[in-house]
Design a protein around this ligand. Structure first.
Ligand code: TXA
Ligand code: MG
Length: 323
């Protein structure tokens, strides 16, 4: 089983052990502010291949390369003025920028899936320290088996991958709770490739322009967006106005949904109706509900503004037929 090291009380030991494992081309689970990532050297094909092996991912999708700061980012990607403005405004933070690779970048093709671009993100907190200590970008998809719910705690990671990796760095609950927002600036336009933990409206305010949304299901360049993703084992229904016996209700702001007294259990993403709190609780509550093996997990309507966009995006994928 993987060792779990608490970064709060054993920061130096955690860093040293993680760097040692990364140097041996093995992945390490690390906390980020969005979700826990399964991190490996983004410049090394064997290390990246281990990510796919550990996750059991069926396909080679481009992975986000995590950097320690803007200086490291600029060695690997060319920043246009708008992307730079976003990096300066929101890094470190839950924003991924898709940018053209520089000629000198040694980020491996297995990380970019052979694209001429790379998704870069500078995470907040311990992850950036680890990247700085290691000295190279780290590829890091969420630290869960392929198709499972993204982990927001070290215990979630250990449950899912504990028998396949050596080390889980424990940084407590991920404060944002959903993956980063992915943006690509192209021909002076800004495209939202994935709604996520940074509110799209904040990005639009900094850019002074509207983000272009890709159609759901369209062949966007974010293949992590497989329709059935984040899927619990049982069925999921959304926007319900009625709960059937045997189901678990995941509510928002205490809405009075018909039949809620018949639910096996009722959880509330945010009793006070705060979408940030709801995002932070989303994956943990889905796991909690899934573990009770109900007839189905049903969700009350959740507003679509602010972080509600990312929450509804993840829910529509959770509810999609598994394929
Ligand atoms: O919050 C997050 O972003 C988490 C934490 C661990 O940092 N990471 C994460 O990474 O979600 P990953 O590798 O699972 O997400 C990759 C997403 C995929 O949908 C991928 O297609 C897109 O980013 N992506 C990566 N590189 C890209 C590129 N060059 N062009 C377009 N999309 C890209
Ligand atoms: Mg994932």
């Amino acid at each position: 089983m993987a060792d779990i090291i608490d970064i709060g009380t054993q920061r130096d030991a955690a860093l040293a052990r993680a760097v040692e494992i990364l140097s041996a081309r093995e992945p390490v689970a690390m906390p980020t502010e969005t979700v826990y990532g399964l991190a490996a050297d983004a410049t090394n094909p064997d290390a990246i291949a281990r990510i796919y092996e550990v996750k059991g991912r069926p396909r080679f999708n481009p992975l986000i390369a995590h950097v320690a700061d803007l200086t490291m980012a600029e060695r690997h990607a060319r920043f246009d003025p708008l992307s730079r403005k976003l990096a300066e405004a929101f890094w470190p933070g839950p924003l991924t920028l898709v940018l053209p690779l520089t000629a000198e970048s040694d980020i491996h093709d297995l990380c970019t899936a052979g694209l001429p671009t790379v998704g870069l993100r500078c995470p907040r907190g311990f992850a950036s320290e680890l990247i700085a200590a290691y000295g190279k970008p780290l590829a890091a998809p969420s630290a869960n088996r392929s198709g499972r719910i993204s982990p927001t705690s070290a215990a979630h990671v250990a449950d899912d991958l504990g028998d396949r990796i050596q080390l889980v760095l424990d940084g407590g609950s991920a404060p944002v709770g959903v993956e980063s927002t992915i943006v690509k600036i192209e021909d002076g336009e800004a495209r939202l490739l994935r709604p996520g933990g940074l509110d799209a409206a904040e990005i639009e305010a900094v850019l002074g322009m509207t983000l272009i949304r890709a159609d759901h299901g369209a062949a966007i360049e974010a293949p992590g967006m497989l329709a059935s993703h984040y899927a619990p084992d049982v069925g999921v229904r959304l926007d319900v106005d009625c709960v059937k016996p045997g189901e678990i209700l995941i509510n928002f702001a205490g809405q009075d949904i018909a039949g809620r007294d018949m639910a096996v259990e009722e959880l509330d993403l945010s009793p006070r109706g705060d979408l940030r709190e709801a995002a932070a609780n989303l994956f943990a509550m889905m796991k909690q509900a899934d573990a009770l093996a109900p007839a189905a997990i049903v969700f009350a309507p959740i507003p679509t503004d602010g972080l509600g966009e990312a929450i509804n995006d993840r829910l529509s994928r959770a509810a999609a037929p598994k394929g």
